[in-house]
Write a protein that binds this ligand. Structure first.
Ligand code: SF4
Ligand code: SF4
Length: 415
């Protein structure tokens, strides 16, 4: 860990109002400033790594809202994540972590097979029966929560049905590589199909290599830096074999991780080149606003936008998604208060810290309700899962869509 990043904190407190856990607790230990101070004390040998300390740090969502607010460039979320990752790394992977992070996640075919029982569970009507009878109440709370978050699965993951090459419609303007993302392909395949359709209709040939693997974000979370570097190396080699202008993703979390490959594999030129080509889909679509505007048809809907942390805070992208929504004729855009505040999803945080996650989600739902919008747009699978469930439970008349789904709807109608 870079000690200089810790001592940069001048304890001004400007990050406090941005931190979701501080807003809920008003505790210094649950604030960015407090977390930086705790990690610093450990690094200086003045504090032991007690269970209590780890408990304080584990309440951080790594949403990085503090980084956007800090005038000194301190990123408390990233520092806590690095500290936790180093600690887990020194301990080594446990049996379950090894099984998930090494034997499952880096193998898209195994990941897809692991979802088959869930698909059968849903398609046979067993899910409805289980929910009706409240059977899950007999199992650990975490299982019930995970099951509740799962939306209707598509018949097939996108990776299994998409062609490697999707030709450009009309005159070809360039070639892009499409990064699938595990959750997008397995669960939100309609959104990624819309992404590819939009790119192709704007004149891009889209290449979707089937051998690409997970971006490595789960490895980072699990303290498995070696696994993350392996995933990065695999993806870099795969995309390097195609001549692409950009590597496009419609998953905020993947985009943030892919853009860091150059940092993770420091000094490795191919990693820098790879990261330099990565674009969030909104960045590419925004380049062709005029052409897009000419293709969009009216959608008389009240729409608001939630900034995923991985897009707004980690990648600094805020303007493009809004500008794109405002291109849609007849669409009434309503800005969301604290739109870039975390929704409480944060990887597996909503399973591991349900109470705090629910408090943060409630704030988000209240702001959504205040807009009067009937469609909530966002662009990250974690946010989509969390907010879809939150809306279904508390604001059932508000629908959630990925940014590319609403643009595709405006361009092509109901697909
Ligand atoms: S992290 Fe940044 S904003 Fe927060 S107290 Fe330190 S210097 Fe101030
Ligand atoms: S990453 Fe988010 S939760 Fe963690 S300290 Fe920063 S603002 Fe707070």
């Amino acid at each position: 860990m870079d000690y200089v990043k810790l001592i940069n904190c001048m304890r001004c407190g400007m990050c406090l109002p941005a931190c979701p856990t501080y807003k809920e607790t008003f505790l210094e230990t649950a604030s960015p400033r407090g977390r930086v101070a705790l990690v610093r004390k450990v690094q200086e040998g003045e504090l032991d790594q007690s269970e209590q300390l780890l408990e304080y740090l584990s309440l951080c969502l790594d949403c990085q809202a503090c980084a956007s607010a800090c005038p000194c460039g301190v990123n408390a979320g990233e520092l806590v994540a690095e500290f936790t990752c180093e600690r887990k790394e020194s301990r080594g992977l446990g049996f379950m972590e090894d099984l998930i992070l090494r034997k499952l996640v880096p193998h898209p075919d195994r990941l897809e097979t692991s979802m088959v029982p869930m698909r059968i569970y849903q398609k046979t009507g067993l899910q409805n029966l289980v929910r009706k009878l409240g059977i899950l109440k007999m199992f650990p709370k975490q299982l019930e929560r995970m099951e509740g978050l799962l939306p209707d699965l598509p018949d097939k993951p996108l990776r299994q049905e998409i062609q490697v090459i999707t030709p450009a419609v009309g005159q070809e303007r360039g070639t892009v590589g499409f990064f699938l993302g595990c959750v997008m392909s397995l669960i939100f395949s309609d959104a990624s199909r819309a992404t590819i359709k939009l790119l192709s209709s704007l004149g891009y040939k889209v290449i979707t290599p089937k051998s690409q693997v997970c971006c490595g974000a789960p490895n980072m979370l699990g303290g498995d830096m070696a696994g993350l570097k392996e995933a990065a190396q695999t993806n870099i080699d795969i995309f390097a074999s195609y001549d692409v202008d950009f590597i496009v993703t419609d998953c905020g979390g993947c985009g943030a991780e892919l853009k860091k490959y150059g940092h993770h594999l420091d000094g490795y030129k191919s990693a820098e080149i790879f990261s330099g080509k990565v674009r969030d889909i909104s960045q590419v679509l925004a380049l062709h606003a005029d052409q897009l505007r000419a293709k969009l048809k009216p959608l008389p809907l009240k729409v608001t936008y939630h900034d995923p942390c991985h897009i707004a805070h980690c990648q600094g992208i805020r303007k493009e998604p809004r500008d794109l929504l405002k291109l849609v004729p007849a669409l009434e855009y309503r800005e969301l208060e604290a739109a870039d505040a975390c929704c409480g999803s944060a990887g597996t945080y909503n399973i591991e810290r349900p109470e705090m996650s629910d408090l943060i989600l409630k704030r988000k739902l209240d702001t959504i309700q205040a807009t009067g919008a009937k469609i909530l747009v966002t662009s990250n699978p974690g946010c989509l899962l969390q907010l879809k469930k939150g809306l279904a439970d508390h604001l059932p008349d508000v629908k959630i869509m990925h940014l590319t789904e609403i643009l595709d709807l405006s361009m092509n109608g109901q697909s």
